[in-house]
Structure formats: structure tokens, C-alpha cells
Design a protein around this ligand. Sequence first.
Ligand code: MG
Length: 190
Amino acid sequence: MSSLLDQKILKGVVTMIVICDMDEVICDFTDSMLYLYNKEHHTDVKKEQLTNWALPEDLKDIFMNTNNFFTELPPIDGAIEFVKELHNISDELYIASCPSGSARIAKEKFLWMKIWLPELVDNLVLTSNKQILKGDCIIDDNPNHLKKFPGIPIVMDRPWNREPIENEYRIYDTDYNKILKFLNSYATLY
Ligand SMILES: [Mg+2]
């Protein structure tokens, strides 16, 4: 046993704090960005081609310069039900996302939460530095956040994070049930 959560169970501490990302974990970010990019540039760039976390500037321009881009992102299929169940099984759940240094994006992410998950709007954390968050596990697709987080990294498998991450629990095909089963296996130990 080595994870923070395992250590807490050994010590008889019974809380499970979960940090859950927005883009590419519950919000359909990349396909929405590529749709607008391909329409504007008459191209056919696919998600599988994005093998680096750092996006080219012309792709970034799409979400940096499109008003309401983040407010209008569709949830990934099953995401809202997943977060509600996650809220049930965790003691504390925080939705954490990076606003890319933009007041407009910060506001749009807040509005997205008001629309889709109003009960968790006060649990939204906007930061570029998720390692400062206190939690037992993080569900994310950003290899930088996942590598540095001092808890269990639950990796939402994407073309840009295929390099294995220490102690990772990897989720393919956005299989939310697998995450819930994994966390429930901890919950039943309490
Ligand atoms: Mg993300």
C-alpha cells in the first residue's frame, strides 16, 4: 500500500477527496475545438493526431478567441450522471480546471457548471496548478497535472498522455463505470 488514500485507510481516516478535471474528462473539448478549426481552415485534423499536450498556436486560437466556446461545450456522454454518482461516493468532490489566464474562459467555465452541475458550482476550482489541491485522487487527461498530483492519478486515456505515469489507473474509452468501480472498491474498505 502506498497511495495517500491507502495510507489514510490504514490510519482509519475515512474521507475520500476526489479532484475531477473538466476538459476531456467531462466536457467534450477537443472534438469541439477541431470541428471549429477544420471548418475555418478547410482541414481534417483528427484527435488521434494530437500526440503532444502542448497544442499548436493556431489550434489554441480557436478556444482563446471564440466567445462562449467553453459555456457551450457539450458534456461527454454519461458525464453528468457520472459526476453526480462521484459526488455520492466521495466525501468531497472538486471540479478543477485551468482558465488559461483568461477572465472570459474563467467565467465560461463557471457558467458551464451553473448549467450542467449547479449543485457543485461552489466546488469549482480554477487553477493552473492542481498539485496544490488536497485530494486522494485526480481524474485528468493532462500528463503534467497527473504526474505531479500527490495522490492516485486516474488517467483519462488520450493520444497526448500515452506515456505511462507512475501509479496510474488508466481509463480507456471514457469508461466512467470503471472509475466508479475503482473508487467504490476503496469506499467499501471504510
Ligand atoms: Mg483536461
